[in-house]
Design a protein around this ligand. Sequence first.
Ligand code: ADP
Length: 299
Amino acid sequence: MPNADSPPVFRARGLTKKYGRRGKLALDGVDLSIPPGRVIGLVGPNGAGKSTLLHLACGLIEPTAGSLTVLGSTPAANASHLARVGFVAQNTPVYGSFTVAEHLALGQKLNPAWDSALAQRRIRQVGLNPSQKAGHLSGGQRAQLALTIAAAKRPELLIFDEPAAALDPLARQGFLQNLMEFVRELGASAVLSSHLLGDIEQVCDYLIVLCDSQVQLAGDTRDLLAGHARLVAPRADFDRLPPSVEVISVEHSADHSSAIVRTGLTSGPLHPVSLEELVLAYMTRAAAGVEAANWEVAR
Ligand code: ADP
């Protein structure tokens, strides 16, 4: 269980990753410090750098520049780091010709802290047949198996890269429920990348919005929602906003404008924002910045 002295889950300083010498920057000078004990939602469009950040956190790849520590130490693809971090990759890969029981036996062999009782109990609870070959499991069952294997290592941090994207809504619901139960049982932190904002809203209490290789927004979800609002006002009023109000994205109609603002206001025509509105506002702003930069280059 993390306490006040526990190191941050992620601490990045100028974290930069470029694939190959001529490759595009996948992460560009990212700074982050995330307290432990959170369930972190990592959201952003395709190609934003989400998988790159998660692969760096697992020690599967190395930064081009800058630094990243995970749970206080530098990630490396070695046994001691991998024992502390459970990773469920995209499409929850399993070995098709191995049975469920063989997966658990392999997990036990490879992981000194393997919790066999937890693994067996969870497999029973989600109704997996131990003698079933993993290649014959449904997508939802495969995801549950991969989640059980990651959790039975008793890691301090569980990392999921788009784990539920391919699942139908019912299987997704079961997966997310199990994920939360594991996080609670292990006293672990978790990071979950997803396109599905509903999933993020349901399970995450910390949000990172990553667009165009940079962090656009990061913080406790509750604080972020409290610190932003939708402002609906005549267009001319937007020219007279106090400097404490930052407009993140704005839409104009004939007589009114509607904006998502980071607000220093305590009164006025403000409305609460949803997580989806907040994320979309930052994504829209980042996309507009990229468009403007491309236009400058083209000129
Ligand atoms: P996301 O997970 O948000 O979709 P990625 O981290 O997969 O984003 O990709 C970020 C950028 O890095 C993209 O432009 C992608 O094309 C590029 N990229 C990712 N992996 C590689 C790789 N192995 N080799 C070259 N470029 C890569």
